[in-house]
Write a new protein. Sequence first.
Length: 364
Amino acid sequence: MAALGTPVWDIQMMKFQKKILPRLPGWLASLLMILFTVFWTYWSAGEMYHEGWWGAWYNRLPYLVPVAATLIPTLVAFRWPIGGGIVIILVGTFTLFFFGNNVAFIGLAIALVGVAFLVDGILKRRGTSDGIITSTPWWRRRWRYLLAIGVPMIVFTSVSAYMLPIVLTREDDGDRSARLVEGNGVLLVWAPDGPGWNWRQPWGGYPSWQDIALYGVAPVGMGEKPGYGRQGEGDGEIVFATQEDMAQTNLCRYLSADGTTLLDEPQDIWRMPTTDEVIRSLGRHGENAYCTWRGEYRERVKCDVLPDKESPLWATDQPAIYYWTADSHSEERGYFVAYNGTVNAAYKLGGNPRHSYRCVRGPD
C-alpha cells in the first residue's frame, strides 16, 4: 500500500511498473502473432480459391498450412509462453534460413516474437507479473483467444463469401478435344488434351517458358540444350531463350495435325498464342468476356465480364491457372495470363503445376 502523501503520479507509475510493464512483452507478442495469423488467413483463403480450387478436395488443404503454422503456436504460447515461444523461435529461424531473402525479414520478425513470449513466460514464472484476477469478466481473461480465433474466422468467411459463388458456379463441359474459340476479334482452335495442352512432366509440373521455346533445338525434345541455361560451373552466366527462339523452335510447331502427337520435324500447323490472343479468348459461362490488353504489366485487364477458369479454354480438373504466351517480357521473364485476366511475367526457367500452355492454330 502506498505511503500517505505519495504523489498520484508516483502511484500510477508504481502500478504501471508492477502490473503493466511485465505484461507488455506478452501482450505485444500476442497482438503480433494475431496479426500474422490474420495475414496468412487472408492470403491462404485467397490463394486456395484462386489456384487451389481444382480436382479433389484435398488439393485445397496445403493452402491452409500457413494458417495452422501461425495459429497453433500462437494458442500454445498463450497457454504456455515458454514452450510456445521456443516453438515460434524455431519456426522463425527455419523461415529465416530456409527461404529466400524476400521471406527472411518475416522469419526474423517471427523469431523476435517468440523471444517476447519467452520473456513473458520467464517473468510470470518469477512472479513479477501478477496473474489475472479470476473475478474479471471471462472475455477479459480470454481476449487473446477470442481475437486469435475470431478475427481470422471473420477474414476467412469474408473471402469465402466473395469467392465461393464464383468457384461453385464454374462451368466445365468435360470436352478436352480441340476447341474453336471465337469472338472479340479472335478465331482460334485450341489444342486438345495431350502434348499441346496439359502435358504434365514426370516431376509433376508443366514445362517452363524456356523448355517450350527451345523444344526444337537439337536434340529435339525436353531437356538441356547446348548453349542455353547455365553456362559454366557455380554461378556461371545463364543464357535465356528469346522471343525469336520461341517463334522458331517452339514445341507447338512439332505438334501433329490432330494435336495428339509430337513429331520429329516441324509441322507448322500449331503455334504458341500471343498475350493479346489469350486475353481476347477469355470467357465465362460460354460467352466471351471481351477483355482488352493495353500492354499493362502486373494488372488485371479490362473486361466486360469477369473471366473465369471454365471450358472450353480451361480445365477445372487440372491445376493450371496460367498460360504461358509466345511473348517475352524481358531477357529473364516470359509473359503469362491468368484465367481471371491478369497479365504478368515469370522466370523463363521456372516450371510448376500452375503455369501451363496451350497451342493454337487457325480454323480449318
